[in-house]
Design a protein around this ligand. Sequence first.
Ligand SMILES: Nc1nc2c(ncn2[C@@H]2O[C@H](COP(=O)(O)OP(=O)(O)O)[C@@H](O)[C@H]2O)c(=O)[nH]1
Ligand SMILES: Nc1ncnc2c1ncn2[C@@H]1O[C@H](COP(=O)(O)OP(=O)(O)O)[C@@H](O)[C@H]1O
Length: 185
Amino acid sequence: MKNRVFVITGAAGSGKTTVRDYLHDKYKMARVITHTTRPPRANERDGVDYYFEDDKSFFDNHFLESVHYAGHYYGSSYEGLENAWEKSPFATIVLDTAGAITYKKKLGDKAVIIFLQVGDTHELQRRMQGRGDNAEMVAKRISSKEYNRDLEMPYELQEKAYKVINHDLNQTRRRIDEIVEKYQH
Ligand SMILES: Nc1nc2c(ncn2[C@@H]2O[C@H](COP(=O)(O)OP(=O)(O)O)[C@@H](O)[C@H]2O)c(=O)[nH]1
Ligand SMILES: Nc1ncnc2c1ncn2[C@@H]1O[C@H](COP(=O)(O)OP(=O)(O)O)[C@@H](O)[C@H]1O
């Protein structure tokens, strides 16, 4: 089976982490852990959710791509992807849309891009609050240009990404199953 990385992208709260965990649990895809200078949330652990870095240590990594998103740096390393592929031919990673565009450009058909969308922005906010994000963090996020940019599939990903509307989670899982099925033979 050819190595692939399933890139999950979309706005904050659109369900990227939920889909990534589904791909891990159901298909045993290895998760690529990325690096960030954002402080950890209460339930997040270093090396599991992210590698949490400071403004100096962040730049010691060998990045495939990195971005500035809502006031913090995020980046994914070559080593992280290679480590994931050593564990399993299918890996999965969560990126903003700028990162997804870079992955597609650099990795071609090894990168399978899934763009998640939730049409209703109030629902997105409810989901962020529902997972425990504090009000200040949510307000900062929704006023950022990156969050607003990621609400719609970018032009560069048209025809190159699968768009999945994440309203009903069971329906989303079925759609994800159909997409994975295309790459299993
Ligand atoms: N390009 C890129 N984006 C990343 C990376 N790691 C995380 N992200 C994205 O950065 C954005 C902010 O992530 P986070 O602070 O965890 O917020 P969340 O989307 O609300 O869970 C999300 O769109 C993530 O997908 C990375 O290594 N590269
Ligand atoms: N289809 C859905 N319906 C309702 N809640 C959802 C759905 N998909 C995800 N969620 C919930 O919404 C919140 C945000 O999802 P999450 O996967 O953390 O988003 P992201 O990683 O894109 O920021 C989580 O609490 C998650 O359990």
